[in-house]
Write a protein that binds this ligand. Sequence first.
Ligand code: HPA
Length: 288
Amino acid sequence: MPISDPEVKLEQAVAAVRAAGAAEPRVGVVLGSGLGAFVESLVAAVRVSYADIPHMPGTTVVGHAGALCVGTCGGLAVACLQGRAHLYEGHAPERVVFGVRLLARLGCAVVLLTNAAGGVRTSFRPGTLMLVTDHINLTGRSPLVGPNEDGLGPRFPDLTRAYDPELAELARKAAADLGIGLEAGVYAALLGPSYETPAEIGMLRLLGADAVGMSTVPEVIALRHMGVRVGAISCITNMAAGITGERLDHAEVERTARHARDAFVGLLAGWIRLMGEAGLAGGGGRTG
Ligand code: HPA
């Protein structure tokens, strides 16, 4: 089977990252708004700017640095995407997921996704950390629309356990070990970029959503398509529209994410350490 155009692009990106001297990662991490500080806990990190990775979309959002960092954490080689592309920036869905597909092709068997999200469940507070157990895709988009990329995965991937239950258990254990509160719930993804209306938040609650955001879901779909195990944590940076009556703004989202950052960084590091101990990231992803 001839190699497809998306796969050629991925190979070119992999070659650029390897040429920068990065170790082969086992675990990938995507860092959301205001959560980029995790890269400081990587040992011996190699940093590659997105501008130096062919086909990698740049980031236009304040709080997203735009670099891939590969280093060691908890005894495992970890690759972090510091900043992501969003559908609302106008990128085609396959460009939004280019970075996570690159993580998979670099060798990551597990990818942990993080995001800033609005709290839909009224018992949440700004700063609450929520393990994502499932999602509702309300973006109206999928990165898998179009001819199937057979070299990446099957036409109709299963999403019944999209958020890996074993990884979720390790996240709960890491949080308990560190004394960090960790809620669990369903993440609803909307296209954005406007925040939701109070009526939309009421609808999302009726639908069973606990948090709302504008990212992560396309990445999860693309990763499950490739057979990569996925874990995700939302940092609830604000109560969703209409809950407190306050207005929403991105500066507040970033501020709360920064306040939560020590707990967040500790939790991610503890999670990755437990993954290494459990041998969960040992097998290597589909490297093509
Ligand atoms: N809605 C959507 N996305 C978000 C929010 C929100 O309230 N907060 C952070 N990202």
